[in-house]
Design a protein around this ligand. Structure first.
Ligand code: SF4
Ligand code: SF4
Length: 107
């Protein structure tokens, strides 16, 4: 079992989540974060920290976001590890809740 970063993190990326992860299993791309599924210990600490509710247990992924399970696993292999919080993008609030953000994912 793992936790998964879902669509609403794209272009929001507040990084509050990385501060609480006891095993440092977040990885950072240009406008999105992912969780490494083999490193996540399923502690659930990160889920309530995300200001835009983008983190889910893999068995509670919202309908239509199933693809993010695979995406987190794939991108965690290539992106660098992130353990410290940084500023969110200046326009993060404008992107919160916007539908169909997968098309904006930068790799
Ligand atoms: S706190 Fe939420 S929006 Fe911010 S990087 Fe983590 S998952 Fe993405
Ligand atoms: S559930 Fe726990 S171990 Fe997994 S990513 Fe979140 S904080 Fe890290």
């Amino acid at each position: 079992m793992t936790f998964v970063v879902g669509e609403n993190c794209i272009k929001c990326k507040h990084t509050d989540c990385v501060e609480v992860c006891p095993v440092d299993c977040f990885y950072e791309g240009p406008n999105f974060l992912v969780i490494h599924p083999d490193e996540c210990i399923d502690c659930a600490l990160c889920e309530p920290e995300c200001p835009v509710n983008a983190i889910f247990s893999e068995d509670e992924l919202p309908e239509g976001q199933e693809v993010f399970l695979e995406l987190n696993a794939e991108l965690a292999e290539t992106w660098p590890n992130i353990t410290e919080m940084k500023d969110a993008p200046a326009d993060a609030a404008e992107w919160d809740g916007v539908e169909g953000k997968l098309q904006y994912l930068e790799r």
